[in-house]
Design a protein around this ligand. Structure first.
Ligand code: FAD
Length: 410
């Protein structure tokens, strides 16, 4: 295949797609357009090493400048795609210029979800450029974090290490509830408390306003909190603006089929912005994890070249707080049969979620081997015996290899 492939978005999905196109032997033009300045970087480092100030810039990059040059990938950072003209197969840039395409990939990711009733003094953290303003705000000495999800909890840990007083306000019953069942959420609430961070749960915020000393947060039930600055970390929304205005099918993300094709011919979408049809689950699924976005980017590139993208790997992600690694795979729910391996004392613990005996999700603290094995087992649709799973003398990997004895088949 020849011609010009234009990619909007230089996050991991867009960058990986460009890399994969070349790796698969595509010889045509690749134009990689990104609104953010600078070379594509590892976004997960934003709330960890970059905020902490411990990462050398080189380490934060997906690839150095020479990589993009040598692959003849026309990388253009700081360029905003303003509009799509799908009838004329052109993208229109913010400066009014246009670029024609033969194939277009939308990898525009997600934006921080705004908090209604916020009148200023509140920061968000998604991009490299947002790190320095937040670090400067931490000099005020105290930070109120709205949202006890992954980013809120990570920033709490990092801000604490930087010496700030931190309080987290969370709407749910336990922190990290999108990825961790309650018993692990409680473990994290205690871990934060031991490190001097109070996580207040079931807080329905009415507003966050700026006051002469910083910010004032007011809950619907009248409770108030004050701090020098506030961070709003209440999740993200897929950045579907380009797609919507061009009339592509959008439903909590740009709707794509299993080959990453949107509703408009020649236009593909991948990463956090895309909701992909998963034939196994018979539904569209949108993930917001680094590995999924990377896998999407690679698979979409293959699809654009007419190569089968294959079965996507089981979705998984990670977090790092107070030096403890949290990993999760698949999709665990509170109502699943939850099997615990290990102990909260070490702490080294894995919670496995079984649905009708089948492993559907796993969350581990300091247990990378368990999560690796769980990803494999989830992908194989393994049915597991809860007693064998909980038995620490059996490595979960060994359970995986012993599928005939320990796990029932499909
Ligand atoms: C602070 C933070 C920490 C995270 N930590 C983890 C973690 O520890 N583990 C994990 O698994 N996941 C983590 N994630 C999630 C993970 O980083 C994302 O799932 C992943 O980066 C998504 O990649 P993407 O390429 O789809 O989108 P994005 O990374 O959002 O990139 C999209 C890019 O498109 C650009 N763009 C948008 N519109 C336009 C336009 N019109 N024109 C040009 N460019 C445009 C944006 O500026 C952006 O650079 C974290 C996310 C954040 C924000």
């Amino acid at each position: 295949m020849n011609g010009r492939i234009v990619i909007a978005g230089t996050g991991v999905a867009g960058a990986t797609a460009a890399k994969t196109l070349r790796a698969e032997g595509y010889r045509g033009e690749i134009v990689l357009l990104g609104a953010e300045p600078g070379l594509p970087y590892r976004r997960p480092m934003v709330s960890k090493e970059l905020l902490a100030g411990t990462a050398e810039e080189r380490r934060t990059l997906i690839a150095d400048a020479e990589f993009w040059r040598s692959r003849e990938i026309d990388l253009r950072p700081g360029v905003v795609v303003e509009r799509l003209d799908v009838d004329r197969t052109r993208v229109v840039l913010a400066d009014g210029s246009e670029i024609g395409y033969d194939t277009l990939l939308l990898a525009t990711g997600a934006r921080a979800r705004p908090l209604p009733g916020t009148s200023g003094g509140a920061y968000v953290l998604r991009a490299r450029a947002e790190v320095e303003p937040l670090r400067a705000a931490l000099a005020a000495g105290s930070l109120l974090i709205v949202g006890g999800g992954l980013i809120g909890c990570e920033v709490a840990a990092t801000a604490r290490a930087l010496g700030a007083e931190v309080t987290v306000l969370h709407a749910g019953l336990t922190p990290l509830d999108r990825v961790a069942p309650k018993l692990l959420g409680e473990f994290y609430r205690n871990l934060h408390a031991e490190n001097g961070v109070e996580i207040c749960t079931e807080v329905l915020l009415d507003r966050v306003e700026q006051d002469p000393d910083g910010v004032l947060a007011v809950a619907a039930d009248g409770r108030t909190w004050r701090a020098g600055a506030a961070l709003v970390a209440i999740g993200s929304v897929p950045d579907t603006r380009l797609a919507e205005s061009a009339g592509l099918l959008v439903n909590d993300g740009i709707v794509v089929d299993e080959h990453y094709r949107t509703s408009v011919e020649g236009v593909f979408a991948a990463g956090d912005v895309a909701t992909r049809f998963d034939p196994e689950r018979g539904a569209h699924v949108r993930e917001e994890h680094w590995n999924s976005a990377q896998a999407h980017g690679a698979a979409a590139a293959k699809s654009m070249l007419g190569i089968s993208p294959g079965t996507p790997e089981v979705s998984w992600g990670w977090s790092m707080q107070y030096g403890l690694s949290l990993q999760f795979a698949g999709h665990i729910r509170e109502e699943d049969e939850l099997v615990v391996r290990g102990s909260f004392d070490d702490p080294a613990i894995t919670v496995l979620g079984l649905r009708g005996g089948r492993l559907v999700g796993a969350v581990g603290v300091g247990r990378p081997a368990d999560i690796r094995a769980a990803r494999d087992l989830i992908g194989k649709h393994a049915h597991l015996d809860p007693v064998a799973c909980a038995d620490e003398s059996l490595a979960l990997g060994a359970v995986a290899t012993g599928i005939e004895t320990v796990a029932l088949s499909n």
